[in-house]
Write a protein of this length. Structure first.
Length: 305
């Protein structure tokens, strides 16, 4: 009995010592709930202890519990299942730093994907290709990423990743629509050779956007991408790439509203910097002066578990 109570007393001691009321109220509950779920007292609780309990901070001081890994990574399961089912046009959208681009580049592809990052200045030439000097006053047509992706894998077609698609406008947007049309309808003519090019049968496109709301994506584009997945949490393998003590804080930090969110990139930078500069300086540099203490306090509680 006393053995089980000792960690709770330790947590409470730290709570009063550190006096970081708001964040700590949340993290102490987190620590206690995780402790509870990790302390098997019967056959049933031993079963449930195998599924790690994740405590998600809500707006304000409340906490909500999600009980299974499956539920936790539903958006990622959706993405994999949709690709496995042969859907070749997917839009990933949602908060920054959750791994949308990484997944678009690496999941469901057997070779390196072609990548386009949209800006307001993106030109048609950067999508389909452009004339380039070839020496001795000659010019040759250099095909762009969209056509290269059409032709990849010896003509079977590869993956085109279009990042920040909501930023493309005007001619570039029209060209993107043409390039992402169905394999049956899309075609393009090489201005140098006159060759008509069509996307290979395995050509796929994953677009990404930071838009929080699907309504903000141009309608014509949404129509080309009937499957849109809101990615609201880091991929489990992205969390695993962090040191073990940072995984829970990184998951918790990536949830919640935009004012409190801490992206995976910050945790990666902190993980790297702390080995060189020490935790306090690393936390100040990465999370800022006002947040550094809170993050360090949350990590200190984690260590006591
Ligand atoms: N599955 C993963 N395994 C390992 N590292 C990952 C994984 N997913 C993402 N990362 C790393 O996390 C960081 C953020 O990922 P990424 O750039 O894909 O996020 P994003 O959702 O596209 O962000 P943004 O919306 O700002 O473009 C990157 O440094 C990336 O390398
Ligand atoms: Mg991205």
């Amino acid at each position: 009995m006393l053995r089980h109570l000792a960690p709770l007393i330790k947590h409470l001691f730290v709570f009063f010592r550190l006096k970081k009321a708001k964040l700590l109220k949340m993290t102490i509950w987190q620590a206690l709930l995780v402790h509870q779920s990790a302390t098997p007292t019967s056959a049933t609780s031993r079963e449930s202890a195998r599924v790690p309990t994740v405590v998600i901070p809500l707006k304000g001081d409340g906490v909500a519990e999600i009980e299974s890994n499956d539920q936790r990574s539903e958006c990622w399961r959706d993405f994999t299942d949709v690709l496995d089912a042969g859907i070749a046009r997917v839009l990933l959208y949602g908060p920054p730093g959750t791994g949308k681009t990484f997944a678009a580049l690496h999941f469901g592809v057997s070779q390196v994907a072609e990548r386009l990052v949209c800006t307001e200045d993106l030109t048609t030439g950067e999508i389909t290709g452009t004339w380039m000097p070839a020496g001795e006053g000659r010019w040759e047509w250099r095909e762009g990423p969209a056509i290269r992706a059409w032709r990849d894998q010896a003509g079977l077609g590869g993956r085109l990743v279009v990042d920040e698609v909501d930023r493309a406008s005007g001619d570039a947007l029209s060209t993107l629509l043409a390039m992402t049309d169905s394999v049956e309808s899309a075609r393009w003519r090489n201005p140098q050779s006159g060759e008509w090019v069509r996307p290979g049968p395995h050509f796929s496109v994953v677009m990404t956007s930071n838009m929080e709301d699907l309504e903000d994506i141009p309608l014509a584009l949404r129509d080309r991408f009937p499957v849109a997945i809101r990615v609201d949490q880091p991929h489990p393998s992205a969390l695993e790439s962090l040191s073990a003590d940072l995984r829970s804080p990184a998951l918790a930090g990536s949830l919640g509203d935009s004012t409190r969110r801490v992206s995976l990139r910050s945790f990666h930078a902190f993980d790297q910097l702390r080995h060189h500069l020490g935790v306090e300086r690393a936390a100040r540099l990465v999370f800022g002066v006002s947040r550094a203490t809170d993050v360090l306090d949350a990590l200190a509680i984690g260590e006591l578990r």
